[in-house]
Design a protein around this ligand. Sequence first.
Ligand code: ADP
Ligand code: ZN
Length: 299
Amino acid sequence: MTKPLFGGIEAGGTKFVCAVGTGPDDIRREERFPTTTPEETLAKAIAFFCAAIDEHGPLSAVGIASFGPIDPKPGSPTFGYITTTPKPGWANTDFAGTIGRALAVPVGFDTDVNVAALGEQRWGAGQGIENLIYLTIGTGIGGGGLVGGKLMHGMIHPEMGHVRLPHDRQADPYAGHCPFHGDCFEGLASGPAMADRWKQPAEELPAGHPAWKLEAEYLALALVNFICTLSPERIVIGGGVMSQPELLPMVRKRVQELLNAYVQSPAVLEGIDGYIVAPGLGNRSGVLGAFVLARLEGE
Ligand code: ADP
Ligand code: ZN
């Protein structure tokens, strides 16, 4: 019997990644394009899948890992929509419905970070882990994951990028970058916040620059909050800002200092290098996670 073929979309605020395949070793077709208007971008995604179906045969289902905020609740009148995003043109877009109707396939729809956690759990750095957090530190900051093996949902979905952190305005007078909250986690620690504070792009800030110590402080404060509220068994952190190699070791050390040996787990006390980790799937956690989401939908 041939393996069912899945479609995956990782929809970011700057680019879309579309793929068709069964897993990391079997990606039959993949394409990246910039996120423009919903009409143009969704039409490109549909054209990609139509071409893939012509070549490789029908898809069992499509999974979508979307930027947000979104409505991920099956049965809700706006299920599958991007809801209140500040991204121009995208608020109230029926994303999953448009794709599902055009391709006549079941569609799974969730946040980019929840889906990335699924991908990491299946094939990456979270294998065998049922309580897993995935965070991205990029143009925005987002977090999601699994609790007891199930994707984190609730009233809507977690918004871990918008938690409030202690902000010492003497040490860091920067007011913050979030249009809704100013100095929330994303407002203080996203790539654009770093660029705005230090007046140069994050990728141009050299190792040893004070920017990285401050960034590690904010990331560690946020992680300690997540560790204390959700008790994850592992935390995977991706996103462009984490490309600075000295950042992850600084974050691990600062998390240990802030927890101050209160959380009594070998994972934190001795195994922190294996507890707070980079994605095992590189920049493909989202699009591969979308295959996993598609499979769940097809079941
Ligand atoms: P997005 O969040 O849009 O999906 P990324 O995860 O690639 O995209 O994050 C983009 C952000 O990461 C930008 O703010 C950029 O300045 C920052 N960034 C990219 N490369 C690096 C790097 N090598 N070091 C530090 N920051 C980086
Ligand atoms: Zn915010």
